[in-house]
Structures are given as structure tokens and as C-alpha cells.
Design a protein around this ligand. Structure first.
Ligand code: CDP
Length: 246
């Protein structure tokens, strides 16, 4: 059994000595990196293999982006947006191996990956108040279960003491091809050039923002997935996890 809420590792300043004998800290596998680096596919597979909960932190930012689009909230008024967010429950579920995103009890999974919501998600992710709310939610989830959590700031800000940290990257063209393939399953007619350009803009906004920018934690293992299969990436990660975990 892993720790109860508030007794997880370092981020909350709680030492292992506060835990009872039966408890141990939750295991946090942190996977960060830019769009299209392959985080979601490997994170889901790792979570299944390890029996951990899969957490897509980007889906929470997308849910906030959805709120902005759906209710025409103003990006120029972050305080009002944060107040709205604080009274609007956002939840992630993972029934039958498929991520579902819920906002105020409504399933919005099929709506959070569109262009407008993607753009709004990246914009709200620059707002410190929004990040505070989402970070608190992620820490709560990681305090209740062993998790594989993917995002941009998991190993740097959300769980700086994560059990194992990875930073996935790949060449811009490969990342664009992967994203295009995903989009074409949803029948998008975008070109590779357009996808690479949109990803580059989002990445540079993610890297340049003042709060919790996309960056590698110095103790994260970098994996360049450009020329690797999903299996190869998962095996590399599993070896590192087995090395670190008793
Ligand atoms: O799937 P993709 O990699 O394209 O994006 P995502 O993981 O769904 O994240 C959507 C957006 O949320 C990103 O462009 C970031 O701006 C933001 N995000 C963040 O700021 N911090 C995180 N931990 C996760 C996502």
C-alpha cells in the first residue's frame, strides 16, 4: 500500500519518518517532454505493465482550454478564469485503457484535442494561478496512488522528488509526423508543414513561459525517441525503473 494524501515524498516537505510501518511513499514515474515526443503512448504502456495509474497532466490543461472556449472566458482576465476553475471540478478517468476527461460531470474527451482548445490550453498553461490549481490536483492524485504521470513540468515542479524521471524528445519532423498520423485518424486535412509549425509555436511558448517552463530536470534520463520503436523506449524505461526501485 502506498502513502496516504499529504504523506508523499519531498514536495510537501513530509519526511518518510512521518509514515506508519505499513505505508511507503507512492511511486512517481515522471515523463516530460515536448509535443509528439511519444510520451502518451509509452506512459500508458508503462502504467499498464507496472499496474500504476496513468495521469496525463496535459489533459487537465486541455480541459481548462475547453472551459475557455466553451464559455467564452477571457484569456485577458486570468483572475476570473482561476475563480471559475476553482468552482469547476475537472476529472480524469481511465476505464478500459482509454483516457476520459470530465468537466463538471460532462465528458469532453472528444472535444479537447481540437485546434482551438489546443491553442487555449497552451495559453492558460502560462498563467501561474491556473498552474497552481492543476499542480495541486496532480499532487493529490500522486499522493493517493503509484502513478506514471506525463507532462512538461512533472519532474521539475509537480514532483521534483519523483522516483524516476524521464525526458523524451525527438526530431521536429518525426514529432510532426506522429502528430499528423494521430490527427488523420480524426480525419484532419492538415499538412506536415502546418503541424510542425503549430507544434514549434506551442513548444516555444511552453519553453519560454516564466512559470514552470518545459525543461529537463537535471536528474531526468533523456531518451531521444527519433529512431526508437515504442517497445525500445518502454524497455529502456523499464530497465531504469527496475534499477531504481528495489
Ligand atoms: O499531447 P500534447 O503533447 O500535444 O500536449 P498535452 O500534453 O496534451 O498538453 C497540452 C498543453 O498543456 C501543452 O502545450 C502545454 O502548454 C500544457 N501543459 C503544461 O503546461 N504542463 C503540463 N504538465 C502538461 C501540459
Amino acid at each position: 500500500m502506498c502513502c496516504s494524501q499529504g504523506q508523499q515524498r519531498g514536495w510537501a516537505g513530509k519526511a518518510a519518518s512521518t509514515m506508519t510501518e505499513k505505508q511507503r511513499p507512492c511511486v512517481i514515474i515522471a515523463i516530460d517532454g515536448p509535443a509528439g515526443a511519444g510520451k502518451s503512448t509509452v506512459a500508458q504502456r508503462l502504467a499498464r505493465l507496472l499496474g500504476y495509474r496513468y495521469v496525463d497532466s496535459g489533459a487537465l490543461y486541455r480541459a481548462v482550454g475547453w472551459l475557455v472556449c466553451e464559455h467564452a472566458l477571457l484569456l485577458e482576465d486570468p483572475a476570473a478564469l482561476v475563480a471559475y476553475l476553482q468552482r469547476t471540478p475537472i476529472e480524469l478517468t481511465f476505464p478500459n485503457g482509454t483516457l476520459q476527461v470530465w468537466v463538471a460531470g460532462r465528458c469532453v474527451t472528444s472535444q479537447v484535442r481540437g485546434e482551438a482548445v489546443t491553442h487555449a490550453a497552451s495559453a492558460v498553461a502560462t498563467m501561474p494561478g491556473v498552474r497552481r490549481v492543476i499542480t495541486a490536483q496532480l499532487r493529490q492524485i500522486g499522493g493517493e496512488a503509484d502513478v506514471v504521470m506525463e507532462g512538461r513540468d512533472i519532474g521539475t515542479v509537480v514532483f521534483p522528488d519523483a522516483t524516476v524521471k524521464f525526458f523524451l524528445d525527438a526530431s521536429p519532423t518525426i514529432r510532426g509526423q506522429r502528430r499528423l498520423q494521430e490527427m488523420q485518424q480524426g480525419r484532419s486535412s492538415a499538412t506536415l508543414g502546418q503541424v510542425v509549425e503549430a507544434m514549434a509555436q506551442r513548444d516555444s511558448q511552453d519553453r519560454a513561459r516564466a512559470t514552470a517552463p518545459l525543461m529537463r530536470s537535471p536528474d531526468a534520463q533523456i531518451i531521444d525517441t527519433t529512431d526508437l520503436t515504442v517497445d525500445e523506449v518502454v524497455q529502456t524505461m523499464l530497465s531504469e525503473i527496475r534499477r531504481v526501485l528495489p
